[in-house]
Design a protein around this ligand. Structure first.
Ligand code: ZN
Length: 470
């Protein structure tokens, strides 16, 4: 691959087509079904799917034998499948998603989830970076190779619309489309993160997740807290004590030994190398209030906390009024949404069952306690890197950024990677992305770092070329 020509091609694609398309896409509030149960009636998911399909159909006209299908199984979110023939007799699967996280509060003045703003090389708005750019990046990379006549394998680009809900629709599509997906020897996933914007970051593991709603009921209606406190146990206190069964509230460590795994020595070494490269950037990227410190001061330990250790976040609370309208009432119930991140190699279903059993056992004072599990998803640990790919990611990173690639686990989850790892145990994985410092996917002020997007696209082109030539 001629790097300069590919870089120019990809830069032009991004500036003239990808950015304008993503700008339109950010305006569509196509939240993932978990956050918009009426997604089908609302029609936003269909609008985003139609927009993506229209652009990609146009982009592949002129490629002999290329095809695009919007596939819809009854009652499920749609997927887009793009098939591009290749010169090498081998299969590559490139994956991304177009559904979005919900709005979240705290967006800065002038910004908002459905308001695209291009400023200082960043395209702000929900879904541009997570993960709208993936289809455009993947296809641009392939087109850059076509433009130079560089050989690549058969490519399938699969874009789903259920990822932020745990990809529960995807297994049915993978079965349905199995004959058309081939047996990929390389999987490219553009839905992950980067620890800086200066090089290509390869994700070597992903955490799994389990979670659900924990509800504690103590009364059939609220009562005067002066009258009842001391006699009626507080639902909040019971909730607190139940959570302490699974989490040490002082350290944040999870108390159930079954939720931890032995971290492989290679991954510990990798975390140390990443820590040496990143230093305080491991925590600086978070918008701490002044005087606030991270959970430890060893960067490598913090990286392992984030990538290989189980953690709990309380992501939602119910049963209490806003503070300004809170009277002196002993409330009847308190509920919290518990979101557990799990080590990459842990069975998430078993972990979820254990958590449920622990929380529901012997409720204090006979309170009504229920933990309603949501869909859980196991994590993923990369197979050993093949020598050709190890060399290729450095070549790709040098081409795009002038620096070698870096490797690190990610703290987030991409449920499909676990499924694919099981289905195609011999495949190599390139999991990378543009979710770097401050890009804030899922939070306010999410942005797509445009140069990182171009760099990742060029890197994918290089890896596809190396894959066919290996
Ligand atoms: Zn994503």
């Amino acid at each position: 691959m001629q790097v300069a020509a590919a870089k120019a091609f990809i830069g032009r694609m991004w500036d003239e087509e990808v950015i304008p398309e993503l700008t339109r896409y950010i305006r569509i509030p196509n939240k993932s079904p978990a956050f918009d149960p009426d997604w089908a009636e609302h029609g936003y998911m269909d609008a985003a799917t139609a927009q993506f399909a229209a652009w990609a159909s146009k982009a592949i006209t002129g490629i002999d034998g290329a095809a695009l299908d919007v596939v819809r199984l009854e009652g499920r979110t749609p997927v887009i499948l793009i098939e591009i023939p290749g010169e090498a007799d081998d299969d590559v699967l490139l994956y991304g998603h177009l559904d979005k996280q919900p709005e979240m509060t705290g967006w800065s003045e002038g910004l908002g989830p459905w308001i695209p703003v291009l400023k200082d090389g960043r395209l702000y708005g929900r879904g541009g970076a997570d993960d709208g750019y993936a289809m455009f990046g993947a296809l641009s990379a392939i087109l850059a190779l076509k433009a130079q006549g560089v050989r690549h394998a058969r490519c399938r680009i699969l874009i789903e619309a259920c990822e932020e809900s745990g990809s529960y629709d995807l297994p049915a599509y993978v079965d349905h489309l199995a004959p058309r997906l081939g047996r990929p020897s390389l999987v490219v996933c553009l839905d992950s993160g980067c620890a800086n914007y200066d090089q290509l970051w390869l994700t070597t593991s992903l955490r799994g997740m389990a979670g659900g709603a924990l509800k504690v009921e103590v009364l059939t209606e609220g009562v005067h807290s002066g009258d009842a406190s001391g006699i009626v146990p507080s639902s909040f206190r019971i909730l607190r004590s139940l959570i302490s069964r699974v989490e040490d509230e002082a350290s944040g460590e999870l108390r159930l030994p079954e939720l931890s795994v032995q971290v492989p020595p290679g991954r510990i070494a990798e975390a140390k190398a990443a820590a040496a490269a990143l230093g305080s950037a491991v925590w600086d990227k978070f918008p701490f209030v002044s005087g606030m410190r991270p959970m430890g001061d060893e960067p490598a330990e913090l990286i392992l906390n984030r990538t290989w250790r189980p953690t709990l976040s309380i992501t939602g609370l119910e049963g209490a009024p806003e503070i300004q309208s809170a009277g002196n009432v002993l409330r009847p119930a308190t509920a919290a949404k518990l979101s557990f991140r799990l080590p990459p190699t842990l069975d998430a279903d078993k972990a979820g069952a254990l958590i449920k059993q622990t929380l529901e056992a012997k409720p204090p004072y006979g309170a009504h306690v229920s933990f309603t599990l949501e869909q859980s998803a196991s994590g993923w640990d990369a197979p050993p890197l093949a020598p050709w790919l190890r060399a290729s990611i450095d070549r790709a990173s040098e081409a795009a950024f002038g620096r070698p690639a870096a490797l690190m686990g990610e703290g987030g989850s991409i449920p499909f990677m676990g499924m694919l790892g099981e289905k195609f145990p011999d495949a190599q994985f390139v999991i990378t992305g543009v979710l770097g410092p401050h890009s804030n996917a899922h939070g306010p002020n999410e942005f797509l770092h445009v140069d990182m997007g171009k760099g990742v696209t060029l890197a994918v082109a290089q890896v596809l070329a190396d894959h066919a030539a290996r």
